[in-house]
Design a protein around this ligand. Structure first.
Ligand code: HEM
Length: 219
């Protein structure tokens, strides 16, 4: 029921209606339950090489990472940002409803319309992200990084109030793990990264081998 310049707006479920209200998923381009495969080879190389660089950054820092160390560990921060870009845990965010008639990208939007922001698609928009399907943490290291277009926590008045806590947890826990362990696939290998659709984009459970690496200064 809805058309967009780049095919990003389509109806949901054919009828374009959720309950008794019209629905516009925004910006729905790639089917959100079938994200494209990852190509994990940026300047930092394969996942193993990236882990080695992250470990070098972490072991070169003074002590274990804390929430205040974001500026001192840019590659770790960039790796988290790139992960949240390619696989946002909440790919469709919340669904606000318009209170009055409005317009969006030239399209009229009636009062009472439910808008569904497709964060997964927006974060892989080729107009904004170069090589959007490639896992490239370094895209966040340069001065021209389109960081304002990174929206895993939504944006605006109803954006996620837990963003600071979630980012701090990701930073500290991932940093502590990568500083002291090398992660290797378990005997069953790794699952695909397609994820299963739902409110939360979930990865199937899998096993990893954590090989201890000696942090500096420890006997
Ligand atoms: C990686 C972790 C997290 C991600 C990716 C995430 C993502 C999101 C997103 C996309 C929204 C919808 C924003 C929008 O529609 O514009 C949201 C809303 C919300 N999140 Fe999170 N979130 C995370 C962690 C947390 C944590 C740790 C808390 C609480 C401590 C939290 C509490 C909330 C609440 C209360 C809302 C609803 C806000 C509202 O309706 O105004 N989230 N989150």
């Amino acid at each position: 029921m809805v058309w967009s310049p780049r095919g990003r707006l389509v109806s949901l479920g054919g009828s374009g209606v959720l309950g008794s209200r019209p629905v516009i998923p925004l910006p729905l381009c790639a089917p959100w339950d079938a994200p494209p495969p990852l190509v994990p080879h940026g300047r930092h190389g394969t996942p193993v090489q990236l882990q080695a660089r992250l470990r070098a950054e972490l072991q070169g820092a003074q002590g274990p990472p804390g929430p205040g160390d974001v500026g001192r560990l840019p590659l770790l921060q960039a790796t988290i940002s790139e992960t949240l870009r390619l696989r946002p845990p909440a790919p469709l965010a919340l669904s606000p409803r318009t209170l009055s008639p409005s317009s969006l990208g030239g399209l009229p939007v009636a009062a009472g319309t439910v808008l569904i922001p497709n964060l997964l698609a927006a974060q892989q928009d080729p107009d904004i992200w170069q090589h959007p399907e490639v896992f490239l943490p370094e895209r966040f290291l340069g001065p021209g990084a389109p960081s304002r277009s990174l929206l895993p926590f939504g944006c605006g008045a109803r954006s996620c109030p837990g963003e600071g806590l979630a980012r701090a947890e990701l930073f500290v826990f991932l940093g502590l793990i990568l500083r002291e362990f090398r992660l290797e696939p378990g005997p069953e290998g790794l699952p695909g990264l397609r994820g299963s659709p739902g409110t939360v984009l979930r990865c199937p459970s899998f096993r990893l081998r954590m090989v201890p690496c000696q942090p500096p200064g420890l006997p």
